[in-house]
Design a protein around this ligand. Structure first.
Ligand code: PLP
Length: 383
């Protein structure tokens, strides 16, 4: 049987062979609890966690003490937003975020609204970029937190992170950046980019599902968080629970590989994305969303005007693509990201997201283009 062509790397990625190899011993012979301090099993596990922490810190240029391991980005985002709210709400009760954030951010903000938080949801332009002027005007003395994602999971659009950080800090607020889609693809330096809190997730960067981390700034100035999971005081009290040693080893290894391979992956995958877009733009009624903005090199959101995306997908046998983001697919609502970009509802339901990755080949892209052409022709005949 022919293998399905996978073009949904923004939903999740396969685990890299070296990552799997690195983590496997921590399920079997090195199964110890990293908190066991009285025997070699514990010491080995603790050493492995220490190493993983250093590898993550190295990738984003922070100290290992500034990394708290979590079950993924959703948990890290909850810890960051609720943790800041619980500590700083006496100082102010205003939070700023963006309409195109991931639901992990939006739903968490919504939960705080029920507790009295005032949330400003910034608009985006047609490309999905925020307006720095609107950000500046929205900041006030009571603003304790600003949450803006590094790159969008549906369109790949990259926000001007350093500039955002400057505005946020000049107001003495805290800057949370959801880097789930960007980490491992583009170099991120939390020092030079002025990020105070940042979440990452292993399964978006060729690691396993169920492990991630939150970077929490400890110097100049330190960010305080109230833990959301208590019991045992792991992760410097920020996130209790027995550490997922194998997962942490995997996340660390994934970070190490990303650091090493990033530039070469970017060049190769970008060429393939360009090829896909170039070939599809030869057809009628195709729009590439956010084409004029800085985007992640692996992502393209394409509107096939006049055709419904679920009908196209039904014809794309042997090709795995997404309608919007996998994380919001459960709700079946039209993409809130494209809606915020002022894309008409009819076009939103005609949009597919293609996200390429390390294992994508030129042959796969050419097959995708041919399959798409046939699918579009046959659907157009039915109209
Ligand atoms: N933030 C963004 C931008 C994402 O794309 C995702 C997952 O799709 C998440 C957060 C949630 O990450 P996790 O699956 O690690 O909880």
């Amino acid at each position: 049987m022919k293998k399905t062509i996978y073009l949904d790397y923004n939903a999740t990625t396969p685990v890299d062979k070296s990552v799997l190899e690195a983590m496997l011993p921590y399920f079997s012979e090195n199964f110890g609890n990293a908190s066991s301090r009285t025997h070699t099993y514990g010491w080995l596990a603790n050493d492995a966690v220490k190493n993983g922490r250093e590898q993550v810190a190295e990738l984003i240029n922070c100290t290992p003490q500034e990394i708290a391991f979590t079950s993924g980005s959703t948990e890290a985002i909850n810890l960051a937003i609720k943790g800041v709210w619980d500590i700083y709400k006496k100082k102010g009760q205003h939070i700023i975020t963006v309409k195109t954030e991931h639901k992990a951010v939006l739903d968490t903000c919504k939960a705080l609204e029920a507790q009295g938080a005032e949330i400003t949801y910034l608009d985006v332009d047609h490309n999905g970029l925020i307006d720095l002027k609107q950000l500046e005007e929205s900041l006030k003395t009571e603003t304790i937190l600003v949450a803006v994602m590094y790159a969008n999971n549906e369109t790949g659009v990259v926000q001007p992170i350093s500039k955002i950080a400057e505005f946020v800090h000049s107001n003495k607020s805290i800057f949370l950046c959801d880097a789930t889609q960007a980490i491992g693809k583009v170099p991120i330096d939390v020092q030079t980019e002025g990020i105070d809190l940042m979440c990452i997730s292993a399964h978006k960067m060729y690691g396993p599902k169920g492990v991630g981390a939150l970077y929490v700034r400890r110097r100049g100035p330190r960010v305080n968080l109230l833990p959301q999971i208590t019991g045992g005081g792991h992760e410097r009290g920020l996130r209790s629970g027995t550490l997922n040693v194998a997962g942490i080893v995997a996340l660390g290894k994934a970070c190490e590989i990303a650091q090493h391979d990033m530039a070469k992956d970017e060049q190769r995958i970008n060429t393939l994305r360009e090829l896909l877009e170039f070939e599809l733009l030869k057809l009628d009624d195709i729009v590439i969303n956010s084409k004029n903005a800085k985007r992640l090199f692996n992502t393209t959101s394409i509107t096939f005007k006049g055709l419904r995306s679920e009908k196209i997908i039904a014809k794309l046998i042997g090709i795995a693509v997404a309608m919007g983001s996998a994380c919001t697919a459960a709700t079946d609502e039209p993409s809130h990201v494209l809606k915020a970009m002022n894309i008409p509802e009819a076009d939103i339901s005609s949009t597919l997201r293609f996200s390429l990755g390390k294992l994508t080949t030129e042959e796969e892209i050419r097959t995708t283009v041919e399959t798409l052409k046939k699918a579009l022709n046959s659907l157009k005949k039915d109209i």
